[in-house]
Design a protein around this ligand. Structure first.
Ligand code: BES
Ligand code: ZN
Ligand code: ZN
Length: 496
């Protein structure tokens, strides 16, 4: 799909649809919309009077063959109240318009930004919204969705003076959206097409073509480094584990500056192991590598956006399988850090592999740690599929992340991890145990476990179990993998 800045005045654009947006206010026909209304002989004001055009959030008003325009259709999308309008709304409008028109077999449309909106940020979020909305999970369908495809989206409404900023925003938005879709493609892969080794190969190929350094640790190297927690999960599977390490190290990084460690859980399939999961819905556990895929996607974006901070991405990857060699409830394992762990439930495997992941990231020099993981069903109970659960050991670092989440339109909600929760994971026969003792707070328990391996480093844990996958489609996004947290993390690193 081509997305670029158009040069023509809106009335002259020959397109299958001219798209713009209207606010929910006493008179939704104002500014550029009033200009369109004039060319169209007062049609829009009549629609507003009759109540068909209200500006309510994501309301669609489609007009065919509007007079005064070269466009075959005019589509007005409701933008909600003007005071609440922001770049997150504009991103959704771009995505929702694309999906609305695509389902009607339209192949190209022009998106006209409203007066005052011709900024770098608008162009960026329109690119993000449109490109992520285009993504379909039809890779393995031999018949694609009626070949419905949007080919071109020119953005209109930028003056010559505003073009440079628009182009800059577009380039940034394209990079971020393509990286998010790259992550979503990985998340979509079923476990027979994406084993830990295949994930490592794909990450390596991406890193090499993006100019990032990459090292893949195989099972032997993982054993040499005594990553006992990762190995304990992997031992039940015939597929060997991998530890994927991707590094972005710009010459502009100042000595003594923070080094960000991004650690992502990549369990390519989670059966639960010997503490096996119920079969109902188990197929969804192919997305238990979403945290890892997201971190790999973040690195892809950073390679192009070039922040002046060193970033180390560490992705432990394994299957979690039952089998003759699988670990059993009660087994005691020694993590790379030397801490001993009582594995009371083999289904709480994400925290085990992250234990070695965060420890290794620190050993490689990361000073600030962020992990992303589809860690617990409990976070789905707490926050449903709406908010990412955020846990942080350093409030000023966490506040930076929450600000980035806000700026990029990703909903995140902070959860507590004070010392009172530490007793949940105290071990009876080993240092710690990998589940709580039935006191509730399952998502916090998972976070407390990972925290044990972070030492004094500022650390943030993102539980994306509820938000990494949409069971239903949204007007602006297909159902399936979301790539959540990628935009926030890219923004955080870029603004650090
Ligand atoms: N991968 C799951 C968590 C999950 C649940 C991801 C729902 C996506 C959607 C994780 O490994 C797991 O099984 N967690 C257990 C922990 C429990 C045994 C303490 C859970 O949440 O039930
Ligand atoms: Zn599990
Ligand atoms: Zn899992």
């Amino acid at each position: 799909m081509q997305i670029n800045l158009g040069a023509q005045p809106f009335a002259a654009i020959e397109t299958e649809a001219l798209v713009s947006y209207v606010f929910e206010e006493a008179d939704p026909v104002q500014g550029r919309i009033a200009e369109i209304d004039q060319s169209a002989g007062g049609l829009l004001r009549r629609l507003a009077k009759s109540g068909e055009l209200t500006g309510k959030n994501l309301e669609f008003t489609l007009v065919h063959a509007p007079t005064g325009l070269k466009a075959a259709r005019l589509l007005l999308v409701g933008a909600g109240k003007r005071e609440q309008f922001n770049s997150a709304t504009l991103r959704k409008i771009a995505g929702a318009a694309l999906r609305y028109l695509k389902s009607r077999s339209v192949k190209n449309f022009a998106l006209l930004v409203r007066e005052g909106d011709a900024t770098e940020e608008s162009a960026q979020v329109i690119a993000e919204g449109a490109l992520t909305a285009e993504f379909e999970s039809d890779k393995y369908k031999t018949e694609k969705k009626n070949d419905k495809k949007i080919e071109a989206v020119p953005i209109a409404g930028y003056s010559d003076a505003e073009r440079a900023a628009g182009e800059k925003g577009l380039a940034k938005g394209r990079t971020i959206a393509e990286s998010q879709n790259f992550a979503r493609d990985l998340i979509n892969e079923p476990s027979n097409k994406l084993t830990p080794s295949i994930l490592a190969q794909k990450a390596e190929a991406m890193a090499k073509s993006a100019g990032l350094s990459v090292e893949i640790l195989d099972e032997k190297k993982i054993a040499d480094l005594k990553m006992g927690a990762l190995l304990s999960v992997a031992q039940g599977s015939v597929e060997p584990p991998r530890m994927i390490v991707i590094t972005y190290n710009p010459p502009s990084a100042k000595p003594g500056a923070p080094v960000i460690g991004l650690i992502g859980k990549a369990v390519t399939f989670d059966t639960g192991g010997i503490s096996i999961k119920p079969s109902d819905g188990m197929e969804k556990m192919k997305y238990d590598m979403a945290g890892g895929a997201t971190m790999i996607g973040v690195m892809r974006a950073l390679a192009a956006l070039k922040p002046s901070l060193k970033v180390i991405c560490v992705v432990p990857s394994t299957e979690n399988m039952p089998g003759g060699r699988a670990q059993k409830p009660g087994d005691i394992q020694t993590a790379m850090s030397g801490k001993t762990i009582e594995v009371l439930n083999t289904d709480a495997e994400g925290r085990l592999i992250l234990a070695d992941g965060v420890h290794y990231a620190k050993q490689l020099g990361a000073t600030h740690l962020i992990d992303a993981a589809t860690l617990t069903g409990a976070i789905v109970v707490a926050l449903a599929g709406i908010n990412v659960g955020v846990f942080g050991s350093d409030q000023s670092f966490t506040d930076k992340l929450l600000a980035s989440a806000k700026a990029t339109g990703e909903k995140m909600w902070q959860m507590p991890i004070d010392d009172d929760y530490r007793e949940f994971i105290k071990g009876t026969v080993a240092d710690i145990q990998n589940i709580g003792s039935g006191k509730g707070g399952g998502a916090i328990t998972g976070a407390m476990f990972i925290k044990e391996f972070t030492g004094d480093s500022p650390w943030i844990h993102l539980d994306i179990a509820g938000t990494a996958w949409n069971d239903d489609s949204k007007p602006w996004l297909a159902k399936g993998p979301t790539g959540v947290a990628l935009r926030t993390l890219v923004h955080l690193v870029m603004s650090y």
